[in-house]
Write a new protein. Structure first.
Lengths: 485, 135
């Protein structure tokens, strides 16, 4: 068994490292890690790098398996992993996308200053907490029929617009305009459909949140101005995904692919890496179902944004000059998509798996909003509760080095049980409130699991992607209100 | 000291339990109880529930994952948890008869049961395995 250590890494730069393909005999491509030496050393404490090496054994990979600096141990793929497969000879792996299909983040900007909102912070927190269905087992106030859900899965955010939950500008500022084409509701199980009918417009629990932030620093004034981000103004982040609907889709296909790998003679080091050739009935069925989950998640975040907007109006209308929230961007960090990338100097369409990694397309890339053409795509990096979040942009280098991808957050460093042993939820709540953050949480043990000390230092993560050149700093945000399920 | 047949194992992002039992059906039961324990499930003993479902008889790992996913679904959709399990092997199908209660609360949501490094092996305590849950 090959041992993973710092010695096996070839240093390309201070923030880019590579594990050569000959490190383990079953590797099909190298593994490229974007991280500082310190973050790499931290990652060696769990199995994230070993999982990246395992992922490099998938058939039909192109380039290298990439790992972002917020990497941590997942199941099968590491969280923070990016892998591209060839459309003809490659595979699609549900584990390379995750159970929470299209888990992602959206950022809304405002022209509300901190001074204006300060007297209403408590009211805003209370009403957001009341209006947003969140927490374990909490369903939506919206119930869809199976036919309505199937239609929503095909239309994505256009379904939200048609039903009055979204504007055209919202769609233009959503990755893929809020809709992956090729969604096939007929490839969903009855159970997936059943779970989806009552969960659209819910936040969920765990690390999902709604956060009201203050923009504390601007690093790129032109990009910030273009996105509508202004120092000392309020912004809102929404982090959630496809809920039980997406979980069921992944569960169904991970199960089905257990036999698919035998059918296609695919040998893997971990059963959770199961996959099927893209150009196979099983692969095509999963793609059709997974795209339904992705479109569901785009709608979910849009519906939550609608609830946040209504809450802002109710609390702040008549009290501040302009209470409106403009969508800066909505992006996925658990997804599989066909994208054009440079492979060995040639532009090719490949299947990109991003598991805990964010698309980070540079200036003038295809598929980014027209108004962001000159600055590149916004990259949203939420921090851990109580620490900064970041707005970055994709770069020309990210297109060349990382399949147009960057980090997605701080990344866990402590297990949930360790966090609960070391942090008492009530103490954490008091500590965060003392630092000026209004926290509304569904459960104190759940809050403890998400304590800032359970995560890496997000600033170091950002320094790594910026140091590697795969993202550029735009703005720093600090939390004022955190709503957690 | 109460014998549980499971213990939590450290995992950075998700949750994992090591489970052991004398035979496969007992392993399923211990895995179910371990999963409920991770969720912090509390129930109302005044509302007993009977439930039945069937699984396709496949490999032990596949049956284990299917069984736990079915229980997760019953938690999410019907607020039901169970503490007694009867297994009836009907060749191609495994019928499971369950007795339990209406759930009153859970502290933590589990999204799914994974196949991550899932091997069921014979050890000093009978059958042993480690199950990773996505949370």
């Amino acid at each position: 068994m090959s041992t993973i250590s710092l010695n096996i890494l070839e240093k390309i730069s201070d923030y880019e490292w590579e594990i050569p393909q000959d490190f383990r005999s079953d590797m099909r491509v190298p593994v490229r890690l974007f991280a500082s030496r310190r973050l790499i050393e931290e990652a060696l404490n769990d199995k994230s790098i070993e999982q990246a090496v395992n992922a490099s054994t998938l058939p039909g990979l192109v380039g290298a398996v990439m790992v972002m600096p917020d990497m941590h141990q997942g199941y099968g793929f590491p969280i923070g992993g990016v892998a591209a497969t060839d459309l003809k000879n490659g595979v699609i792996s549900p584990g390379g996308i995750g159970y929470d299909i299209n888990c992602g983040v959206r950022l809304l900007a405002s022209r509300i200053s901190l001074a204006e909102v300060e007297p209403w912070i408590k009211d805003l927190a209370t009403l957001l907490n009341q209006n947003v269905p969140s927490g374990v087992g909490v369903g939506s106030d919206l119930r869809l029929s199976v036919d309505e859900l199937a239609e929503a899965c095909v239309l994505g955010s256009r379904w939200a617009k048609r039903n009055g939950y979204a504007t055209e500008e919202d769609l233009l500022h959503t990755e893929e305009n809020g809709c992956l084409s090729g969604a096939k509701p007929e490839k969903l199980s009855k159970r997936a459909l059943q779970r989806g009918t009552s969960q659209l417009g819910t936040l969920g629990a765990g690390n999902h949140f709604i956060e009201v932030d203050i923009i504390t620093e601007i690093f790129d004034p032109i990009a910030a101005q273009t996105m509508g981000l202004h120092k000392d103004d309020i912004a809102v982040q929404i982090h959630t995904g496809s809920r039980g609907f997406g979980h069921q889709i992944c569960t169904d296909y991970v199960r089905r692919f257990q036999s698919a790998i035998q059918k296609y003679g695919i040998k893997l080091p971990d059963k959770q890496l199961v996959c099927a050739p893209i150009d196979s009935p099983e692969g095509q069925d999963y793609l059709g179902a997974m795209r339904c989950g992705a479109n569901f998640a785009f709608i979910n975040r849009q519906l939550l944004a609608n609830k946040v907007r209504m809450t802002f109006e109710r609390v702040l209308a008549g009290k501040v000059d302009d209470w409106h929230l403009k969508l800066v961007y909505d992006l996925a960090h658990n997804i599989g998509k066909f994208e054009n990338h440079l492979v060995d100097g040639q532009k090719r369409e490949v299947c990109i798996h991003r598991k805990g990694a964010t698309r980070a397309f540079g200036p003038h890339s295809e598929g980014i909003p027209v108004d962001y053409k000159e600055i590149g795509q916004p990259v949203l990096v939420p921090g851990s509760m109580g620490t900064s979040s970041w707005v970055l942009t994709g770069t020309k280098i990210s297109m060349e080095r990382s399949f147009g991808s960057s980090c997605h957050g701080a990344g866990r460093v402590m297990s949930r049980s360790q966090a609960k042993r070391e942090v008492w939820g009530e103490d954490l709540l008091k500590r965060l409130e003392k630092s000026g953050i209004d926290i509304r949480a569904g459960s104190m043990p759940g809050l403890a699991e998400e304590a800032p000390e359970a995560y890496k230092d997000v600033d170091q993560v950002v320094e790594s992607v910026v140091g590697a050149g795969i993202a550029k700093k735009v703005a720093r945000l600090n939390p004022l209100i955190v709503i957690k399920g | 000291m109460k014998f549980h047949g499971f213990e939590e194992v450290e995992h950075t992002a998700d949750l994992a339990i090591r489970v052991w039992a004398a035979d496969f059906y007992a392993l399923l039961i211990h895995a179910a109880l371990g999963m409920y324990d991770l969720m912090g499930a509390q129930y109302n003993p005044n509302i007993p529930i009977l439930q039945t479902f069937e699984l396709t008889n496949a490999s032990q790992a596949e049956v284990l994952v299917d069984f736990l996913n079915e229980l997760l679904f019953l938690v999410e959709e019907s607020n039901q948890i169970f503490d007694q399990f009867q297994f009836v092997d009907e060749n191609a199908r495994l019928r499971i008869e369950l007795t339990g209660y209406k759930l009153s609360s859970i502290n933590r949501h589990i999204k799914a049961v994974t196949f991550h490094n899932l091997e069921i092996s014979e050890g000093s305590k009978g059958l042993e395995t480690t199950i990773t849950f996505d949370v």
